[in-house]
Design a protein around this ligand. Sequence first.
Ligand code: PGA
Ligand code: ZN
Length: 420
Amino acid sequence: MTFEVAEVRALEILDSRGRPTLRVAVRLADGSSGAAGVPSGASTGSREAVELRDGDPARYAGAGVTRAVAAVDGEIADVLTGRAWPSPAAADLALIDADGTPGKARLGANAVVGTSMALARAVAAARGVPLWRHLNPDGVRPSLPMPHFNVLNGGAHAPNPLDFQEFMVAPLGAPSLPEAVRAGAEVYAALRRILTAEGHATGLGDEGGFAPALVEPEEALRLLVRAIDDAGYARGRSGVSIALDPAASEFRGEDGVYRVAGAMLTSDDLVERYAALVAEFPIHSTEDGVAEDDDHGWTALTERLGDRVQLVGDDVFVTDPALIEDAAARGTANAALIKLNQIGTVTETLTALDVCRRTGFGAMISHRSGETTDAFIADLAVGSGCGQLKAGAPARGERVAKYNRLLELAAAHPDLPFAP
Ligand code: PGA
Ligand code: ZN
């Protein structure tokens, strides 16, 4: 549908880590409006779209976003206002063109993605449909995603010695979204009781998972399995299963050697370690098991475990449709993590999801470690029908905002299938 943009405004707000980010608001000529909060990662892929930060050490240690705000209020508003747009995709393409750099570095990927998300909301309002319906491509069946709850944090998201970044639980056996949310929260509560009983700290990492001073990934996995048992669920596909995001780019040295709990591992060693973990624990998915630039490791990992385990690429694909397409053609990995701000517009994100659908790749929509209470990704997961969402722990406002939005949609639309 054709629409006209009347106003685009941004504001510098705080994200869940207390760092500045943007809130962007778009108003259309017909009075419809939409706003969006921009997320921000910590363990970023080297080919991600680039945030524009002020670099002024006198404000927020250089992390201020007043230049990105100015880009929205100035150049971006100039591009979008004063003409009719045939579709949101046309407006997104104009933003990409106006920026003119591969990583959206000039206007700032944070400025561009916030505008693109707010615009999607405004156009959905103008169409009189909820965001998830607006984001639902023709011929694609919407569905409620399987939530992946990050209950134990390490890596770049916590100050503990644990090298693996995320230990998630996914209630694969749950009959419905509300029962899956309940299982996630009950396992999280059981894990807290176990940690407390064993004298571990129960402070939280950036994504709301506990961050005890564990060292070996096996210690964390043993605690997770106990928490699943204690909460009264079966382990694995008929109950609650485990997903890992080691975020291996973060613990691979310049020398190409991985460092896990003090041990030096080649990519082949690391792949064997995963094979052992998968044999011992109920793990259905690993993300970034090897580093983004470790081609040999990705091939070895896929050959070793690709028939049994979902192998998700995050840093290696950075939600780039061309990189996902290429990996699918070469047969490395078998799923992609999908993050709006990694690529920078809603349109490119929808294209990445389309590539996954076409190539038979799995897709998991994801939050970032720095978040706002914006639940856009919950609607994106439902509208794209991609089947999986990770949005952190079943705790902390910016994380539960996403799960609560799913609960709302599940209640309002009993006909939506759950994780088909
Ligand atoms: P990030 O972490 O948001 O800090 O990049 C999330 C992830 O690696 O999946
Ligand atoms: Zn990741």
